[in-house]
Structure formats: structure tokens, C-alpha cells
Design a protein around this ligand. Structure first.
Ligand code: FES
Length: 292
């Protein structure tokens, strides 16, 4: 690192600032009072307590009392026996729950009516900004059901006659924001923002991550691909299937692990079966303020 004023020779800043000295790291650590181990030869001096000071005497008495209490509790626990100790430990760390495999779960509207490929248009309008969320496979693992506008393309793994019905995790892969902070924006909002060539998108207003519901990410095994960061992972996709009557079922999740959850299905409470859609209202983008 060299630089200097006109007429002077170059200044060796590394040398001036002492970067090149062998003890630079030790001096910097000591200056910043870093918590890493102190280098050999440097000790902290602690003055011996004044045992005549009433405050010190009170602290010593308190410490003695605490030790006696600890011994008494320990003796009682030993007398009661290992069963009580085991029960206490179970309370501290509840048994692992979860699922052995992905269940096949039917999706219902909020009133309990089964969602089908023929009635979905009646309640989930592709131009609406409302998020239709459901928990799957575990409770709290929120996802969104999308009835995408087919004029903008065919999404991966879509079901229905137009192959436009899909579902994605509604937990942002950046830091885990959920609806209404993470939401689906239809074409009207995309046009207002001049974003994504006017095609619908999924956007998280927490830090601006944006996902494309029409494009899968093959590098992570699936999921809505990234349009803008800071997320570095696509949004996991819930796989859907239909029966002979057009009823819609969710059968598994593909793509990267859902943000904040285990890579297995252990450690949580199984989600509801069947799963009802919960509409979450999202505010339209005000004058482009929340555009990506
Ligand atoms: Fe969604 Fe940060 S949590 S962008």
C-alpha cells in the first residue's frame, strides 16, 4: 500500500501503521480487547478482596448459602430416585415428533369445500393479490397455493387442464419472512413496478428477495427460481396431484430444505389432514414503494 503527495516519495502505509511488525496481531488483539486467548506472558492483575469490607463478607455468606441449597436439592433428587430425574429430563427435552414420510393431503377452501381444478377459479383469481396459505407437511410450515395466469407460461409441475396450479413454500429462503411480508404479486403489480416484463412474481418485502413462480431451479432439485437476491436459494415447491374428480392433493416438497426447518420431517407437529386454505390479505404495492 503506497501513496504520497507530489514531490514526496511514496509513503509506505503498511510500515507506518505497523502492519508489517511481527507483533502486530498481538498489539491489535490487546488494543481491541478481543476475547481470544491471551498470548503467553500477558496476565491480568486482580487485586485480592478486602475481607474486612462488609460488602465482600455479604457476598461470601451468600455463596455459602447457595452451596448448601445446592447440596440439599441434590440429596433430595437422589433420594426420590432416577425416575423423577428422568421425568424432569423428558420435560426439558420433549420427545422428537414429526413424520416418517410426506403424507398425501387434500386441500380444502376455508369453508371446508374440496378445491378442485374446476372450482379453483371461483375463489382463487389469478389476478388477486391475496395469498392462499396452508400448512404442510408440518404445522407452521406455511405454503401458498397459486392459480397462475397461463398467459405468462407453464410453471413446472403444474396441475389442472391448463397446468397452471402450483404451490410453493411461503417461507422466504433468505431469513424466513412469511406472508404478508412474502407474497404473490399478479401481473398488474408487476406492470406497475416495471418488473419481470410484467409477469407475476413472488416478492419478500423484508429484504427484497424475488422468486419466479413460472421457472423451476434444476440445480437444487426444484423450487421457484431466484429473480433477485439476497436469497441464494429458490423457494421450495409443494408437489400437487389430482384425482379422477379433479380434487387437489399435496404430496411432497422438492427443492432446497424449507428455511428454518430440518432436512428431515422430524422435530415438529404434523400438519392438518386435510389442509384448509387460509386467505391472507396483502396490500397492493403503494406507488411502487415496495417494488423489487
Ligand atoms: Fe425475505 Fe430477507 S427474509 S428477503
Amino acid at each position: 500500500m503506497t501513496d504520497g503527495f507530489e514531490g514526496e516519495g511514496p509513503i509506505d502505509w503498511a510500515s507506518r501503521l505497523g502492519f508489517d511488525r511481527p507483533d502486530f496481531d498481538l498489539r491489535l488483539a490487546s488494543y481491541l480487547e478481543l476475547t481470544r486467548p491471551m498470548p503467553p506472558g500477558i496476565v491480568r492483575r486482580i487485586d485480592a478482596p478486602d475481607m474486612n469490607d462488609p460488602k465482600v463478607q455479604a457476598e461470601v455468606d451468600e455463596a455459602k448459602r447457595n452451596l448448601l441449597k445446592l447440596l440439599a436439592v441434590g440429596g433430595l433428587a437422589a433420594a426420590v430416585g432416577g425416575g423423577a430425574v428422568g421425568a424432569a429430563l423428558q420435560y426439558i427435552q420433549p420427545p422428537m415428533q414429526g413424520l416418517a414420510s410426506y403424507p398425501r393431503v387434500q386441500l380444502l377452501f376455508a369453508d371446508g369445500t374440496p378445491i378442485t381444478t374446476s372450482n379453483i377459479d371461483s375463489q382463487i383469481d389469478p389476478t388477486t393479490i391475496t395469498v392462499f396459505s396452508f400448512d404442510y407437511p408440518l404445522s407452521g410450515e406455511v405454503n401458498m397455493l397459486l392459480n397462475l395466469d397461463p398467459t405468462f407460461g407453464v410453471p413446472p409441475n403444474g396441475v389442472g387442464p391448463k397446468k397452471n396450479i402450483v404451490a410453493y413454500s411461503a417461507i422466504c429462503q433468505h431469513l424466513g419472512c412469511i406472508p404478508p411480508f412474502l407474497s404473490y404479486y399478479p401481473a398488474s403489480e408487476a406492470k406497475q413496478c416495471g418488473f419481470n416484463n410484467g409477469a407475476p412474481f413472488i416478492h419478500c418485502i423484508c429484504h427484497g428477495s424475488t422468486y419466479d413462480p413460472y421457472t423451476g431451479d434444476s440445480s437444487t432439485g426444484g423450487g421457484a427460481s431466484i429473480l433477485t437476491g439476497p436469497t441464494v436459494l429458490p423457494l421450495p415447491q409443494c408437489l400437487l396431484e389430482t384425482d379422477a374428480n379433479g380434487n387437489i392433493f399435496v404430496t411432497s416438497v422438492i427443492g432446497p430444505p424449507v428455511k428454518g426447518h430440518f432436512t428431515t420431517l422430524l422435530g415438529g407437529t404434523p400438519g392438518p389432514v386435510p389442509a384448509k386454505i387460509n386467505p391472507i390479505q396483502v396490500q397492493p404495492i403503494p406507488n411502487g414503494q415496495r417494488c423489487p
